[in-house]
Design a protein around this ligand. Structure first.
Ligand SMILES: [Fe+2]
Length: 269
C-alpha cells in the first residue's frame, strides 16, 4: 500500500497570501507532483489545518485543487479549521454519530482511524468524552487488527513550548482509552507542528512532517510566540506491507542539482 501524507495546507482565499507565500499555489504544486510521481497511491491523507482562517472561499479552493488529484483523498481537521464550513463544501467527508469529522476505513493492511481534535474557540487539541467514547467503541470492535491512526494534534508533548502550549488537552484520557490497544497500533500520523519529527510514543511509532506552506523553526528556547520559517514544503510517501511501514519525505519544490553518485571520479579540492 502506498499513502501520501500531506499536512497543514493552510489555504486562504485564492487572492490572499499567508506569511509571504501563496498556500494554494503550493498545494497545486504538491498535487501536480503527486499526480506525476504517485498516481498509483492508494490514497492521500491531509492531517488538518486545511485552511488558515476557516474561510468558505478557502474550502472551495481546496475542493477545486484536490479535484485534480488522481488518487482518492481523505481529510481531517486541525485547529485552524471550521467544521461547519468544511462540511458545507465537502459533503462526503467523514462523520461520526456526533457530527465530528472522524471515521474508520478497513484496508488491506489494517484499520485506518481518522480522528477529529478540532475545538471551536481554541488552537489546542480537544478530545471530548463523546470522541473518547467513539474511539473506545471502534477499538473494541477492531481488537488486535493492525491500526493506523491519523490526527492533527500529537497526543504528547514535542519539546517545543509554543506548540506544546496548543497541544492536545486530554492527553491522559486519550492514552487511557488507547492503552489496551497500543500493541496493535502500527503507526501514528499527525500534523500541527510543521516540522519533521519521528520517534515512538508508548511503543507506537509516529511521524509528522513540514506543511505545504509555512513552517515552524526548530528553536528549543522559544516561549509563547511560534517561530515561523520558510523551510521547504514536503509531503510524505508512506509504503506499508505486512511487516514494514516506511515513511519517506519528499521536498517537492527542491530545485537543487540531481546527479549520479557513481559518475564522478575522486577530485582534489
Ligand atoms: Fe498548522
Amino acid at each position: 500500500m502506498k499513502l501520501i501524507h500531506l499536512t497543514d495546507t493552510h489555504l486562504v482565499e485564492p487572492d490572499q497570501i499567508l506569511y509571504g507565500l501563496n498556500p494554494l499555489e503550493r498545494l497545486n504544486l504538491a498535487v501536480a507532483s503527486i499526480n506525476s510521481l504517485h498516481a498509483d497511491a492508494d490514497q492521500v491523507v491531509i492531517t488538518g489545518d486545511l485552511t488558515h482562517w476557516g474561510q468558505l472561499g478557502a474550502y472551495h479552493a481546496l475542493h477545486e485543487s484536490l479535484a485534480a488529484l488522481k488518487p482518492a483523498y481523505t481529510l481531517i481537521l486541525g485547529n485552524h479549521d471550521n467544521r461547519d464550513l468544511f462540511r458545507s463544501v465537502f459533503s462526503n467527508a467523514l462523520e461520526d454519530e456526533n457530527g465530528f469529522v472522524q471515521g474508520v476505513q478497513e484496508t488491506a493492511v489494517g484499520q485506518f482511524l481518522f480522528l477529529d481534535t478540532n475545538q471551536p474557540g481554541t488552537h489546542s487539541g480537544w478530545y471530548c468524552a463523546n470522541r473518547l467514547h467513539w474511539l473506545s467503541e471502534q477499538l473494541k470492535r477492531s481488537g488486535d487488527t493492525p491500526k493506523y491512526i491519523f490526527m492533527h494534534h500529537p497526543p504528547f508533548e514535542v519539546a517545543l513550548e509554543p506548540m506544546d502550549r496548543i497541544g492536545l488537552v486530554q492527553r491522559d484520557e486519550f492514552l487511557q482509552v488507547l492503552r489496551p490497544y497500543l500493541g496493535s497500533v502500527r503507526h501514528l500520523f499527525f500534523g500541527h507542528v510543521h516540522r519533521p519529527i519521528s520517534g515512538s510514543w508508548n511503543g507506537v511509532p509516529f511521524s509528522t512532517l513540514r506543511g505545504t506552506n509555512h513552517q515552524v523553526w526548530l528553536d528549543f528556547t522559544a516561549q509563547g510566540d511560534i517561530p515561523g520559517s520558510h523551510e521547504p514544503p514536503a509531503y510524505g510517501v508512506v509504503l506499508i506491507n505486512g511487516e514494514t511501514v516506511l515513511v519517506h519525505t519528499h521536498d517537492f519544490l527542491d530545485q537543487s542539482l540531481k546527479f549520479s553518485l557513481g559518475a564522478q571520479m575522486p577530485q582534489a579540492v
